[in-house]
Design a protein around this ligand. Structure first.
Ligand code: GLC
Ligand code: CA
Length: 566
């Protein structure tokens, strides 16, 4: 592997870490996380091995949708600090080798945004056409509504101006009209602004909704939405060549892959990365069934992204853990295993739980999931607190259950703030996953902790270029419960084996790539070396219940230089 390629295409082996400034670290003692606090915690991210922070929305907001309802795209919510604090954070992160990206939420604004206030002030107002209006809503009813607990239509009547406006999400989030040239200009201005302040790209919110033009009367005369996305990417590339667009597209694989760019051109000129919602959901089905096949089937179906693009893989994100792409029966199975109470479920399609409580704190199952995250092809994206095995607080509203304050210390306020926890934006976790049991301070000092294991995963992942850069294929294991895949790059070959069962398994694996009599080195366990192929060229790999192995195959194992990217 040429080193220039690995650093130019930095996202391919990045470790992305999503956090909400509001719940990460309070720096001024008012009970609310802020940029000053986050900047103080940079060492934690450095030690973990994070290479890119994704900031959830930190802009001025009405807090109707936890910051995803923005009232000013060019500012910082005063509760979180100032533009100066933001810039200090980005500068500090970059100094420590961490790039920063942020949510770009331009499908909609808050209803309190000055543009919408002007738009609804009258049909002739300057910003009227920046939003999508209709005299009569289509007879679709609740179809397509994202928050079915609160909304029963995509259209809301505006009394003052006598028309209905489109809102994909809450009615307090009117959709912008991206077919309007001025809106398009404004979106590039927003991207340009934050790029100038040091961001290395964006996590693009709700991409298919942003691009949809169905509601717009003159949509037919407009260029293909994918051309628009390619324009945005080109614009960003002109401003800063290393920038990425990490897109939220939760559609079937073929439809999602279309957002990497025109498949016939192999150019990959739209989103740099798309979240892999399908493999994520199938992983939970595999875990529930103790059967690797649902995940394996997803990986077989998954289209290869264009050369420089990548899937983004994750165990859970900041929203409900959506299971919307499973069949009703499959979803019911996952609910039964991991979230049987109604209160653990959200919108009938997902879970408002984090993984460790779902598996009753079983370390083996938690490690299995993260071992998959760091070995399956795709850029791993962590949600803050996953590195510790944080749990959720079901007493918090809806999705807020998994957005509780970061747990730094065993103290009452978790080291998150010096203020009274009653003033925190979300309640702390209590019970078995409370800060007293799960915190950075203690886990940092314990080589056997989950945090130490995650640091090891990340270190190995970063020094094993085959995982991020290689071609990969699934191997036949002869055991339904065991997933084995092999990654190759240059003359390096790495094998990863995962046992979804609660009992041990031995698998026999045939590696066409391995030299007869070749050796394997365990990348995670130095004591465990000298695995050799049999006479017949087959490797026997023993796996404990929920066990996993990362194995380097063949001659490079003997070569201490083999971990250096080639
Ligand atoms: C995306 C975000 C979600 C937000 C929604 C509306 O789905 O992930 O958190 O509520 O967009 O902006
Ligand atoms: Ca604060």
């Amino acid at each position: 592997m040429r080193l220039t390629r690995t650093s130019d295409l930095w996202w391919k082996n990045a470790v992305v870490y999503c956090l909400d400034v509001e719940t990460y670290q309070d720096g001024n003692g008012d009970g609310i996380g802020d940029f000053a606090g986050l900047t103080q915690r940079i060492d934690h991210l450095v030690r973990l091995g994070v290479t890119c922070v994704w900031l959830m929305p930190f802009y001025p907001t009405r807090e109707r949708d936890d910051g995803y309802d923005i009232t000013d795209f060019y500012g910082v919510d005063p509760r979180l600090g100032t533009l100066g604090d933001f810039t200090e954070f980005v500068r500090t992160a970059r100094d420590r080798g961490i790039r920063v990206i942020a949510d770009l939420v331009v499908n909609h604004t808050s209803e309190e945004h000055p543009w919408f206030k002007d738009a609804r002030s009258g049909r002739d107002s300057t910003h009227r056409d920046w939003y999508v209006w209709k005299d009569q809503p289509p007879p679709d009813g609740p179809q397509g509504v994202v928050f079915p607990d609160a909304e029963d239509s995509l259209w809301e009547y505006d009394k003052g101006s006598g028309q209905y406006y489109l809102h994909r999400f809450y009615k307090q989030q009117p959709d912008l009209n991206v077919t309007h040239p001025e809106v398009r200009d404004e979106i590039t201005r927003i991207m340009g602004f934050w790029t100038e302040l040091g961001l290395s790209g964006f996590r693009v919110d709700a991409v298919p909704f942003l691009l949809e033009t169905d509601g717009q009367s003159d949509a037919k005369e407009l260029p293909d939405p994918h051309e628009y996305l390619a324009d945005l990417r080109a614009f960003l590339g002109r401003r800063n060549g290393e920038s990425v667009l990490l897109g939220e597209v939760n559609l079937p694989y073929d439809a999602t892959a279309r957002f990497f760019g025109d498949p016939s051109s192999d150019r990959g000129d739209e989103l740099t990365m798309c979240f892999d919602f399908i493999a994520m959901q199938r992983m939970y089905l595999s875990m529930a069934r103790h059967d690797a096949r649902p995940l394996a089937a997803a990986l077989r179906e998954r289209p290869e992204p264009p050369r420089d693009a990548h899937w983004a893989t994750f165990v859970r994100n900041h929203d409900e853990l959506t299971l919307d792409k499973l069949s009703d029966d499959e979803r019911a199975e996952v609910f039964a295993s991991f979230g049987p109470d109604k209160d653990m479920q959200l919108y009938d399609r997902g879970l408002r739980r984090r993984l460790p409580p779902m598996v009753d704190g079983d370390r083996r199952r938690v490690e299995l999931a993260y071992s998959l995250l760091f070995t399956l092809p795709g850029t791993p994206v962590l949600f803050y607190g996953e590195e510790l095995g944080m749990g959720e607080n079901l007493a918090a509203q809806g999705r807020q259950a998994v957005r509780t304050p970061m747990q730094w210390t065993p103290q009452k306020a978790a080291g998150f703030s010096t203020a009274d926890p009653a003033t925190f934006p979300n309640p702390l976790v209590d019970g078995a996953f409370s800060p007293q049991k799960i915190n950075v301070y203690e886990q940092s000092r314990d080589p056997a902790s989950l945090l130490s294991r995650m640091r090891l995963f990340i270190e190995r992942y970063r020094e094993t270029p085959e995982l991020a850069w290689g071609d990969y294929r699934l191997l036949t294991t002869g055991q339904d419960a065991v997933l084995a895949h092999v990654c190759r790059a240059g003359d390096g070959t790495v094998l990863a084996v995962h046992n979804f069962a609660d009992r041990p398994h031995t698998v026999r694996l045939e590696l066409t790539d391995a030299e007869p009599g070749g050796r394997m080195t365990d990348l995670l366990d130095e004591a465990h070396t000298g695995l050799k192929a049999d006479e017949d060229g087959m490797f026997h790999v023993d796996l404990p219940p929920y066990g996993y192995r990362w194995l380097r195959v063949g001659t490079p194992a003997d070569d201490p230089e083999s971990i250096v990217p080639r």
